[in-house]
Every structure is written in structure tokens, then in C-alpha cells.
Design a protein around this ligand. Structure first.
Ligand SMILES: [Fe+2]
Ligand SMILES: [Fe+2]
Length: 254
């Protein structure tokens, strides 16, 4: 089986580019399940009903999020959709769910969303949270979107879950890393999948506003970048009977 995982879709430009590219990619690579990180898909960050619908209309089956999941307080109802998840370590009292099981007919696929806590919000410990969730999941086909800032925390999570899940796919830092590999001959891993949006930008934000903020430390309102987009993703080939990743292929589509 083959799963396509798409890195953080940023704003309207990212959503429109996803709509343009994802249908053909699904056909070209014969994708069984498409998972897309949508935490920055709304204009002005976060996720809205509108941006989630744009992602689903592109052909995504599951949307994961991250530290911006609850950014849009009037749109929290999006998490009532069973196919949209938020980091599991926000805890049970928060809106939404942190994992889902997709029934594929011939097998089941679990998708877990997890957030790092180094240089991010002080959520429940992600290592303990994911261990608790794995005890509740009875399919070997398990994909973890680990939404984290620190490369150390992401690589540690990769090794923590090696041999226990099909893939650990990093998100949040919006730049695709060159370390895709298979850990313990079982678990596909990449520190960061990258982003989908305007390429000539600072993580999807207009270069001047992002740079001014860093240069002058005065408040700025971030503007969306404009220009040509790219889509960053990884393909995961896996054996559905045992959940073993046989190949991980990073993709950059312009
Ligand atoms: Fe992001
Ligand atoms: Fe993020």
C-alpha cells in the first residue's frame, strides 16, 4: 500500500496549489490514502471550515494539524469532522481527537497527530502520550505526524517509535530535510516533510514582513507571500499485513 503525506499547506496559495497538483499525484503514484497537514491552511493561519474543505476537495482523506490547530476560535467546530485531527497531547478536555482509524476495507490505517514540547507549548509529554495511544490501537499500520520545532526531539521520537509504527513524519518547520530513512528496518522517518505554498518566502510568509520582524523587533502583521508554489510531501510504501515501511520517498513538486 502507498500513503502520501503532504507537509503544512500554507494559506490560500497553498490550498489552490494543492487543488491543482494532488489529484494528478494521487493517480500518478497510485495513492491509497492521502494525509495533509492543514494547520496553516487558512488565510491568517490556523484552519477554518473553508480551508479544510479546500483540502478535502483536492482529494485529501485525512487532515492533521499542529500548534495552530485552535488559532481560529470561531472555527473550532472543524474538529467535529472525524477526518480532521489535532495533536493528541492537547489532552481529552480539548476540542477534537488526536488520532483516527481509517478503514481501507482490506486493512485499517491509524493516523496519530502529536506535538513536540521543546520551544513550543507546554503540552502533555509527547513520548508518554504516544505510548498511551499505541496501547489502544490494534492495527500495525500506524502513521505519526510529529509536529515539532526541535530536530533533536523529532529524531528522538523517531527512535522511540522505531519498530512500533509504520512512519514518523515531521512537520512544523516547513523546510524539507534530507534525512528520510527507514529505522530498525521497519519505520519510515523524516525530520520534516516541508510545506506546500509559495516557495520564495519565509516559511510561506512574505519575505519583507518576516524579515522586518526579525530586524526591528516591532510588531508587524504578517502578509502572505506571493509567487510560484511548490508542494513538499513524502510517499510511504508499506506492507499492510505487518505495517512495515518498505520505502520512503521525499517529493518536491513545482
Ligand atoms: Fe506549520
Ligand atoms: Fe506549526
Amino acid at each position: 500500500m502507498r500513503l502520501l503525506f503532504v507537509g503544512d499547506v500554507v494559506s490560500e496559495a497553498g490550498c489552490l496549489f494543492l487543488q491543482k497538483k494532488l489529484p494528478a499525484l494521487k493517480k500518478q503514484y497510485q495513492i491509497d490514502l492521502a494525509v495533509v497537514n492543514g494547520e496553516n491552511s487558512a488565510v491568517g493561519n490556523g484552519i477554518t471550515n473553508y480551508s479544510a474543505n479546500q483540502i478535502f476537495r483536492s482529494g485529501a482523506d485525512v487532515i492533521t494539524t499542529g500548534n495552530h490547530a485552535f488559532q481560529r476560535r470561531k472555527e473550532l467546530h472543524v474538529f467535529e469532522n472525524a477526518c480532521i485531527i489535532r495533536p493528541v497531547n492537547y489532552g481529552d478536555a480539548c476540542p477534537g481527537r488526536g488520532f483516527l482509524i481509517q478503514d481501507m476495507g482490506s486493512c485499517q490505517i491509524a493516523v496519530i497527530n502529536l506535538a513536540g514540547t521543546l520551544f513550543l507549548e507546554n503540552l502533555e509529554n509527547p513520548f508518554a502520550s504516544v505510548d498511551a495511544i499505541l496501547n489502544q490501537i490494534h492495527t500495525p499500520n500506524i502513521f505519526v505526524d510529529f509536529h515539532a520545532e526541535a530536530t533533536s526531539e523529532k529524531r528522538a521520537m523517531g527512535f522511540h517509535l522505531a519498530g512500533r509504527v509504520t512512519a514518523v513524519l515531521g512537520t512544523h518547520t516547513h523546510v524539507q530535510t534530507a534525512d528520510a530513512c527507514i529505522l530498525k528496518s521497519h519505520t519510515g522517518y523524516i525530520t520534516d516533510t516541508g510545506m506546500t505554498g509559495v516557495e520564495n518566502s519565509v516559511l510561506g510568509v512574505d519575505i519583507k514582513t518576516a524579515t522586518d520582524k526579525l530586524r526591528f523587533h516591532t510588531p508587524v502583521s504578517y502578509q502572505d507571500a506571493r509567487g510560484a508554489c511548490y508542494l513538499n510531501a513524502v510517499l510511504i510504501d508499506f506492507e499492510k499485513t505487518c505495517g512495515k515501511c518498505t520505502k520512503i520517498t521525499p517529493l518536491i513538486v513545482r
